[in-house]
Design a protein around this ligand. Sequence first.
Ligand code: PLP
Length: 415
Amino acid sequence: MEDAVLIHESYDVDRLREDFPVLEQTVYGKYPLVYLDNGASSQKPKQVVETMEKYYYHHHANIHRGVHYLSQEATTQYEVARDKARDFMNAPHSREVLFTKGTTDGINLVAYSYGRKYLQEGDVVLVSTMEHHSNIVPWQIVCEEIGAKVVPIPINEAGEIDQEAYASMLGPKVRMVAVNHVSNTLGTINPVKDMIALAHQHGIPVLVDGAQSAPHLTIDVQDLDCDFYAISGHKMYGPTGTGILYGKEKWLDAIPPYQGGGEMIQTVTFEKTTYNELPHKFEAGTPNIAGGIALGAAIDYLNSIGLDRIAAHENDLLEYTTKALLEVEGMRIIGTAANKASVISFLIGDIHPYDAGTILDKMGIAVRTGHHCTEPLMNRFEIPGTVRASFGLYNTRAEADRLLEGVHKVVQLFG
Ligand code: PLP
């Protein structure tokens, strides 16, 4: 506890905000921007933007194939970024760390490559009821092709996966468990380590969707013992169109390539093509070189602050805001798990989330409204959507107060 207080006190949020020029603006000509849509995408610090700029101004060339100076320099920078991502996730080897376009891309890679090799008619892929569409639809597409099915693991009223139900659903027909580490809508931090251990007792691999965990939690793929772990650069203060997929070497060796093209081959003849070694087997074509290198800068940035300190700061905002919101008449928070990240989804009485979001926006407060790409979850709670405030490392209690002020205005207008 004492440590937590120390961590919080030494956290200089005003200083950190200076790294994010976008936060300095006013919207609609008068309201200072309060950016609480970090779950959708976080803002980028100067360090990340400047890395990209520097790369394009001074270092750009295509990578891996050139003998010339610039190409080798760009290749080195890209591979250094891969090593940073390996350390960030504590992956054993860089060859198990694949650059992707983001979490969606990473999950599609696994669904197609693993699915086409290992799924058979009648098989089951287990996902939780709180999954993002990105961790449902790729599995549905491949299952439909094969005659397998996607089955949801139920959740309780608090928005936690029903662990008893999960244990009872594991069996010989289940070929994959795909769950998120942190729910983008509820904020629930799922006990993925225990879930993985249980799945492995049945010989079932597990993919973890880490889109929402990467900006908030320390990821340790060896400790979790997950088979695949997918993250998005743009949610962790890095560039859009970047991401990482960790995969255990045994799986990446066993499954076929996702896409064909340059870079992923060893030899090509019209009779037979052989594939490159890991990780290149899964990286067809010219990648987002600048993005990958700048993702490395985002990782440096997070490390320079410390994920533990970021989490302590965000937890303070979560507790402070939750407590104050609950005092508003008619307030209903969707997602009250015991273990939560800094996401608050709510509804106020019968007020439509879109109406509430529109008023908040007019006051300069950026929140997200709607189903948050989790329609099955909305159906589970029998609601059309929610208003979602999601905090990042640069948010402040003063901004939480602005949100509360906005909520009171919404109640005044629509309540
Ligand atoms: N999974 C979760 C839990 C998410 O929150 C998101 C994005 O909101 C995704 C997957 C998809 O991420 P991306 O759009 O970066 O591929």
